[in-house]
Design a protein around this ligand. Sequence first.
Ligand code: PLP
Length: 408
Amino acid sequence: MTDLRSLRSDFPILSRSINGHPLVYLDSAATTQKPVAVLDAMEAYYRTSNANVHRGAHTLAAEATELYEGARSKVARFIGADPAQTVFTRGTTTAINHIAYGWGLDRLKQGDRILVTIAEHHANIVPWQIIARHTGAELVYLELTDDYTVDIGELESVIDDRIKIVSFSGMSNVTGALGPIDVLSQAARSVDALVVLDAAQLVPHQPVDVNQIDVDFLAFSSHKMLGPTGIGAMWGKPERLEEMEPTEGGGEMINIVERHTSTWAPVPHKFEAGTPPIAEAVGFGAAVDYLDAIGMDVIAAHERDLTTYALEKLSEIPDLRVYGPKDATKRGGAVSFELADIHAHDIATILDQDGIAVRAGHHCARPLMKYLGVPATARASFYLYNVPEEVDALAEGLLKARQIFGLS
Ligand SMILES: Cc1ncc(COP(=O)(O)O)c(C=O)c1O
């Protein structure tokens, strides 16, 4: 197994204890911990270069602007993109809302269809529901196969001229299943539909290059890849970003403002109304530098090994059911499970007593929970700083939960 354990000392929080036990953090799909490099970069910005960006001729304003735009270049490079097509947003959710409102509102109409999958996070369902309500378009779903991957066999009967947008996740935050990016984008192209990739769980965990995939938009969040909350990115093809309307108006995003009309600043600024999250951008830039220095291939291999090990260990626990692919090559490191009829919240509470942090609930994917026929699942999720001993701790904690509930 790729051994990245020496990195753990870069993450101050990992040395704290919870309820008298060392922290075992298995909730990185919700948000990741932050290395010193990110914390330091943000603090240094506030200590030495804090000013508003893009306006003002003074030295601090110039430094802040350089740091902010420098961070954009780093984030763009991380996904093989041009900074001019890389928009800072508040996160994945805001990015998908920009796309839904800015592109969908003016173009969709009665009879049109937006295709998503049943495995989507609410961030990739609710904005489309709202736009569907405004425009009269209809939201349609692809379902899953027995191994929890998207059922691409349904495509033939679903794909037709009514489909205008195909929006799906690159990796499910519940099942961990990888999205069939090429198959879905080819299907979309066959009817000239727009392709939106929710990459909130993909960009942090696998190498992603926008030149290697055929999508119109890609959305991801800094906080899921070692950076701060409050910032993320929306990458778009130049022609799409040009034709798309801004969804927020205000300072920074304009060219000329008259009494009754305005013109827009060039992309990406057209979509960045108001004072942006500058320190957060700096932290985001430091996070991608950190990931780059390790290498996304190395990180992906580490997570694959750890997930394989976790699936093996979990399979040894009686009455435990994993909701996700058994094959580690079809998935990432978000592992959702159910243990006998113990409620997921009870499992999370019992594990927390031993310092083990997992998430329990609907994971912002209620349609998926309903489809799976469960009210909630427990979810362990892994990142570069996790080690096999933490998987062992999880397995022990789950055996303890069985005992507490009187299961032998
Ligand atoms: C697959 C997926 N999409 C979208 C989101 C929303 O991300 P954010 O809350 O950072 O906007 C998440 C967050 O968990 C996610 O896992």
